[in-house]
Design a protein around this ligand. Structure first.
Ligand code: SAM
Ligand code: SF4
Length: 336
C-alpha cells in the first residue's frame, strides 16, 4: 500500500507501518569472520551475481522516490567493496534522502574516513566487541584490534556528527568488558549500543543459547559502575536507550529476544544480489535484481515492484536460540 498526497509518496505495509528506512548490503564478503556472524569457511556469492554499484544506485533512487529518507550501507564489510565511495557519493546526492549512513567493522576507516565524510556521511556505526587484542582476535577470528582502533581515531579526527559503537555481547567471551566498552565510547564522545546475538544462519563455533547474555544482565552489570537514566530518545532504530548520568553518553540495547521490536519496524533490507528482505527474521522477499534486469532503465516498474512488496511484509518474528536456525542466511547476507 502507498499514499500519494501532494506527490509525497510513502510506503506503508499491511499493518500501517511506514517504511522509510532501507539497509543495503553491498557485499557478503568480509575481512573478518566474527564467530556469531559467519562460519570460518564461507561460500560467498559469485561476483557475477552481485548487483553492480550502478544498479544499487538505481534501486536506492527508486526507494527515495517512494518516501525512504534514510539509507544504511552495510554488508558483509561494506568498505571492502571496490569503488564503494562512488556509491556513497551517488546516494548522498539523491534529492529526497535525509541521511546516508553506514555500519562497518572499522578495518578500512583509516583509509576511507575522510572520503565518507566528503560523500555526505554524517553518522557512522562501528562494530567493536572487545578492547583486548587477543579476545578481539578470538571473536573476529582474523581481525586486528589495532587497525580498528586506528580507524576509530580517523573517524574522530574527520569530525563526524555522530559515531556509535555496536557491541555484540556473548557470555564468557566479552560480557565482562561491558563497562570498559562504555568507558571507551564515553571518553571519545561516542554513543554505544549493546546487541543480543541473533540466530541468523548456522554456526558451529559456539552454542548460541549458551552464549546468550541478555540486555537486562548487561544493564545490571553497568549499574554497578554507572547511573543509567531511561530516555525515550531514539535514533530511528530498535535500540532502547539510557543516558549515563556521569558522562551523558547514550547507551542503547538492541534486544531482539528479550524485547521484540517488530511493532515499530520502519525498515526493509536488500541483499547484495538484489533480494529485498521484508523482515530480518523471516524469508519473505522480492527479487529486485530480476525486475531491474528484465526492464533496464524502467524506474516505474521497479517502483511498482517495491510498492507491491509492502503487502508481504510480515507482522514480525520470534527468535528461538534453542531451535535449529529457521533463518538460514547469515547476518553478512542479511545486512546488519
Ligand atoms: N561488517 C560490518 C560490521 O560488522 O559492522 C557490517 C555488517 S555486520 C553484519 C552488522 C552488525 O551486525 C554488526 O554490528 C555485527 O556485530 C552484527 N551482527 C552480525 N551477526 C550477528 C548476529 N548473529 N546477532 C546479532 N548481531 C549480529
Ligand atoms: Fe564481518 Fe561484520 Fe559479520 Fe563481523 S559482523 S564477520 S565484521 S560482516
Amino acid at each position: 500500500m502507498t499514499t500519494n498526497s501532494k506527490n509525497k509518496e510513502k510506503l506503508i505495509d499491511n499493518f500501517g507501518r511506514v517504511i522509510d528506512y532501507l539497509r543495503i548490503s553491498v557485499t557478503d564478503r568480509c575481512d573478518f569472520r566474527c564467530v556469531y556472524c559467519m562460519e570460518e569457511e564461507m561460500e560467498f556469492v559469485p561476483r557475477a551475481q552481485l548487483l553492480t554499484l550502478e544498479e544499487i544506485g538505481t534501486i536506492a533512487r527508486a526507494f527515495t522516490e517512494l518516501g525512504v529518507s534514510k539509507i544504511r550501507i552495510t554488508g558483509g564489510e561494506p568498505l571492502v567493496r571496490r569503488n564503494i565511495l562512488k556509491l556513497f557519493e551517488d546516494i548522498g546526492r539523491l534529492p529526497n534522502l535525509k541521511e546516508v549512513t553506514t555500519t562497518t567493522n572499522g578495518s578500512q576507516l583509516s583509509k576511507l574516513a575522510k572520503g565518507l565524510k566528503r560523500a555526505g556521511v554524517k553518522r557512522i556505526n562501528i562494530s567493536l566487541d572487545s578492547l583486548d587484542a587477543e579476545k578481539f582476535r578470538r571473536i573476529t577470528r582474523i581481525g586486528e584490534l589495532d587497525k580498528v582502533l586506528a580507524g576509530i581515531d580517523a573517524v574522530v579526527e574527520a569530525g563526524f556528527e555522530k559515531i556509535k559503537i555496536n557491541s555484540v555481547i556473548l557470555k564468557n567471551r566479552n560480557h565482562e568488558e561491558v563497562g570498559d566498552l562504555v568507558d571507551f565510547a564515553s571518553s571519545r564522545g561516542m554513543d554505544l549500543s549493546f546487541i543480543e546475538e541473533m540466530p541468523l544462519g548456522f554456526i558451529d563455533e559456539h552454542d548460541r543459547a549458551e552464549a546468550y547474555y541478555s540486555s537486562d544482565q548487561i544493564r545490571e552489570d553497568l549499574q554497578q559502575r554507572f547511573t543509567l537514566i531511561p530516555t525515550t530518545e531514539t535514533t530511528g532504530g530498535p535500540s532502547n536507550y539510557f543516558r549515563l548520568a556521569e558522562t551523558g553518553t547514550l547507551v542503547g540495547f538492541i534486544s531482539p529476544h528479550s524485547h521484540n521490536f517488530c511493532a515499530d519496524c520502519n525498515r526493509v533490507r536488500m541483499t547484495c544480489e538484489g533480494r529485498l528482505l521484508l523482515c530480518l527474521g523471516q524469508e519473505h522477499s522480492v527479487d529486485l535484481r530480476h525486475v531491474l534486469r528484465s526492464h533496464p532503465g524502467d524506474l516505474e516498474i521497479l517502483k511498482q515492484a517495491i510498492r507491491e512488496s509492502m503487502t508481504i511484509k510480515p507482522k514480525g518474528h520470534e527468535f528461538d536460540l534453542t531451535a535449529k536456525p529457521v533463518i538460514f542466511r547469515h547476518m553478512n547476507v542479511t545486512g546488519g
